[in-house]
Design a protein around this ligand. Sequence first.
Ligand code: ARG
Length: 459
Amino acid sequence: MSNRMWGGRFASGPAEIMEEINASIGFDKRLAPQDIRGSLAHVAMLGQAGILPAEDVAAIEAGLKSVRDEIEAGTFTFRRELEDIHMSVESRLTEIVGPAAGRLHTARSRNDQVATDMKLWVRDTLDSLDQQAAELQRALADKALRHAETVMPGFTHLQSAQPVTFGHHCLAYVEMLARDRGRFRDARARLNECPLGAAALAGTSFPIDRHATAAALGFDRPTANSLDSVADRDFALESLAAASICAVHLSRFAEELVVWTSAQFNFVRLSDGFTTGSSIMPQKRNPDAAELVRAKSGRIVGALTGLLIVMKGLPLAYSKDMQEDKEGTFDALQALSLCLAAMTGMVKDLEPNAEILARAAGSGYATATDLADWLVRELGLPFRQAHHVTGRLVGAASAKGVGLEELSLPEMQEAEPRITEAVYAVLGVGNSVASRTSYGGTAPDNVRQQAQGWIDRLA
Ligand code: ARG
């Protein structure tokens, strides 16, 4: 049997394998709510514009609502031979309301329909990702406020560099997430033009009101060029790019959690709720959720790369290649949602081991820069010379196997005779972080102020 939606000129149905490669219903059934929303807006406009009689509009509207109810109730049967969600909905509508259903597709095409459905889905998803990212920011800002004074080693090259506070480290991720949210909002603002009414590619001869359907679906305006309307998947690409950057951010924090929860670092503790055991090694507490957040960045970046390659070189306007936009986009944005939720759970759950962090912050001559700065400030040495003197003192301490603060005053004075007792005040990690009061620096007062600022803004 030929296809009942488009089979007029076909004598027989598709080959089995043709049907299998062609069908998208297996994954685009997720667009059912958006598809019905779009059809309701379209048919209302057809009525208002006098293109369809009021009785047909009423019948189609009632029918679309029954289809929606069936899908929500799980009683709707999706059939592969109906290819995709658009034809599945229309076919069921025909069974419910009869021939009037055939008028719904006046002045539109599956090409503008699918672009509209996908935009609606991506828009809804960007909104909820934004909310989830805000939730993670709140959890981080709360931790930051509580640990504004908890010192830890700050790293460059994963070598102890200078002491920082745990709160400051949390706030770094709050800033990254703020940029991620900005990218979600930018993508949303740019996608918010309605393709519906572009029809197959050239527009339509019916006197449709594209401004009305755009407004009914919450778009800012209709798209301006019908070819571009059905050929554009920038909105999916841009959202995947924003999602990829966010996922990469989360993967960095996830990696830190993996390292920090190891027995060798033991910087933070995750409760039983966020760790798993090993089936053979009873001592293990594995940070699986953090590892999976780290790993899922792979499939998210993969979806972006995949769709870029699908779109590359496609001639205008619509090509069936574009049906491949769906699985990757659905999967990636859903994965990011899961990552944000898991990360929020871990941030709320984790407890820093303050004593271990403080000890680690003081080791590795992490206050050497403070000593050099003191030599500049108090003795007026040029920074390069101060760097050299400090280097000699670090060498002396390391040869004795002690910390800088454990060198005696005479030992210090061998490197620079004008050093006084006062130098010891800057060698403690607490003094070190408290002195970093420059804007954006790690001083506890700064951290408290910024954390509180974020908490207020996110409320
Ligand atoms: N399932 C198709 C897709 O997702 C819908 C559009 C089909 N358009 C067409 N001309 N065959 O891209």
